[in-house]
Design a binder for this molecule. Structure first.
Ligand code: KG4
Ligand code: ZN
Length: 329
């Protein structure tokens, strides 16, 4: 047996525009979590440019891992497995993290644990100091996904509904762009909406059958409203538009989460993913389990957390492992 302090999981996450590394114990205690956001780099393009993201990950991945080790007061000697996001995400970005993880694991003859990014978001709830135990109904709302999951155990979950078009975070980002706000747009809308009247505009809340979501009609409705206004009026009404638009997204998310919880008889709702950072959503779902803000948006602590429930691939058998851009349907 190895001595105390050794069994640390090194998590690495590079699926989109955050380069992240973290050290987590088997009990789910976060020893360090470093996130280097590339948001500013992509802001001038109004969204993530995949090739730019990959190159930046390449520059950042080693310093970010070093910083995570330093913050945890650990060395690679203390790491007993390496966990890495294998997908879904931007393929070039994922490959940078995967190659770094393989190289580190291989050089120390360690096992490697491939983690699905979405399982990572759910596993953000299993971290200390207040881990949530399944079963619960989970709303996963990020820039790339909007899903309702019936989480039965750490390893079993059923998809109850998802978006038919844009993800909730994408709706925030596209809306922010139409309103002339910065990227990423979710936080910008969140902040501006506090100064606006959410009932100023009556934006449509799509009620597609079942437990699915649709946000594309809402985005179009905002586009038409913005087109109707001249520059001065848009300036004057921007906060009202942001507040009304946010209200429509939040209403859809809350309604469907509550309906899903009722359908499966879940008495607890949990919300994860970048959109879970939204203050109106957090207030609307007051009884819900909400991951701490820093664990809502992409990070590597959640990847290391998820790795605790995934079988590790023994030394050297992972060298041929590939990343995947999207989850197979
Ligand atoms: O989970 P995440 O960091 O990355 C993905 O896996 O996609 O989520 C990023 C998304 C972006 O669309 C961003 O605009 C949104 O989360 N977001 C928010 C807030 N903070 C981040 N959306 C609404 N309100 C926020 N405060
Ligand atoms: Zn994410």
């Amino acid at each position: 047996m190895e001595g105390p302090g050794r069994a640390l999981i090194l998590g690495i996450e590079t699926s989109c525009d955050e380069t992240a590394a973290a050290l987590v114990t088997d009990e789910g205690e976060i020893r360090s979590s470093v996130v280097s956001s590339q948001a500013e780099l992509h802001a001038r393009y109004g969204g993530v440019v995949p090739e730019v993201a990959s190159r930046r990950h390449l520059e950042l991945v080693t310093p970010v891992i070093r910083e995570a080790l330093a913050e945890a007061d650990a060395t690679l000697e203390d790491v007993d497995r390496v966990a890495v996001t294998r997908g879904p995400g931007l393929i070039g970005a994922l490959l940078v993290g995967l190659a770094a993880a393989k190289a580190l694991a291989w050089s120390r003859r360690l096992p490697l644990v491939p983690v699905d990014h979405l399982d990572g978001h759910v596993a953000s709830l299993y971290l200390q100091p207040e881990p949530l135990e399944p079963p619960f109904l989970c709303l996963l709302a990020s820039g790339g996904h909007t899903m309702l999951l019936d989480v039965r155990s750490h390893t079993e979950q059923q998809l109850l509904g998802s978006t038919l078009d844009d993800a909730a975070g994408e709706a925030f980002d596209k809306g922010a762009r139409l309103l002339g706000l910065g990227y990423p747009g979710g936080r910008e809308i969140d902040v501006l909406a506090r100064e606006g009247d959410p009932s100023a505009y009556d934006f449509p809340v799509a009620r597609v059958p079942g437990l699915d979501f649709s946000f594309s009609g809402l985005k179009t409705a905002l586009l038409y409203k913005v087109r109707e206004l001249d520059a001065a009026e848009l300036e004057r009404r921007r906060a009202d538009l942001a507040a009304s638009y946010q209200r429509a997204i939040v209403t859809a998310l809350v309604e469907r989460s509550e309906a899903a919880a009722e359908q499966v008889g879940a008495d607890r709702i949990a919300v994860v993913g970048g959109v879970a950072a939204n203050s109106e959503l957090r207030a609307a779902l007051r009884g819900a389990a909400l991951a701490p803000l820093e664990l809502c948006t992409d990070n590597a602590a959640m990847i290391a957390s998820a790795a605790r429930y995934v079988e590790a691939i023994p030394f050297a058998r992972y060298l041929g492992l590939d990343a995947y851009a999207s989850t197979a349907a």
